[in-house]
Write a protein that binds this ligand. Structure first.
Ligand code: AMP
Length: 141
C-alpha cells in the first residue's frame, strides 16, 4: 500500500482537523486518542510521511521513540497509572486502522480493563482536560 496523504493523521499534521495536542517539535506531534482505550491514551506520530515501521528511516524512528518516552513520562506523572503499555501496529491484519505510523501510550490501571480499540469517542472537554494535564507535566501549559 502506498502512503495516503489524506489519512486522518496527515490531515491533523496539516491542521485540517483539530487535535488535543500535548507536545510538538520539528519532527513529531503527540495528541490525545479520540477513542481512548484507557484514561490518558495518547498517540505520538512523526511528521514525515510513513505508513508503518517499515517505511520509517531509522533516524526518524529514533526521534519518534525518544519523544514517545518523553511523553510517556509525562502521561505517567499526569495520571499515576499502575502500569503503561506501548503499542504500535503494522498493517490492517495487525490491527492498524490509521496508515501513518504512530505509537500508542496506554496507561493501565489495576482492575480496569482496556476499552475496545477505535470504538467509542470520548467527551471533548474530558480530552481537553487530559491534554492539559499532560502538557502541565511536560512543563508546557
Ligand atoms: P491504529 O489502529 O493503531 O491505526 O490506531 C489508530 C488510533 O487512532 C485509534 O486508537 C483511534 O482511536 C485513533 N484515532 C482515529 N481518529 C483519530 C483522530 N481524529 N484523532 C485522534 N485519534 C484518532
Amino acid at each position: 500500500m502506498s502512503y495516503d496523504t489524506n489519512n486522518i493523521f496527515a490531515r491533523i499534521l496539516r491542521g485540517e482537523i483539530p487535535a488535543h495536542k500535548v507536545f510538538e517539535d520539528e519532527a513529531t506531534l503527540a495528541f490525545m486518542d479520540v477513542m481512548p482505550q484507557s484514561e490518558g491514551h495518547t498517540l505520538v506520530i512523526p511528521k514525515v510521511a510513513a505508513e508503518n515501521l517499515f517505511d520509517l528511516a531509522p533516524a526518524d524512528l529514533g526521534r519518534l521513540i525518544q519523544v514517545t518516552q518523553k511523553v510517556a513520562v509525562a502521561v505517567r506523572e499526569a495520571f499515576r497509572p499502575d502500569g503503561l503499555t506501548l503499542m504500535q501496529f503494522n498493517g490492517p491484519e495487525a490491527g492498524q486502522t490509521v496508515f501513518h505510523i504512530h505509537f500508542h501510550i496506554v496507561p493501565r490501571y489495576v482492575g480496569v480493563g482496556l476499552r475496545s480499540h477505535s470504538r467509542q469517542m470520548a467527551d471533548n472537554a474530558l480530552l481537553a482536560d487530559h491534554a492539559q494535564r499532560i502538557r502541565a507535566a511536560l512543563g508546557k501549559p
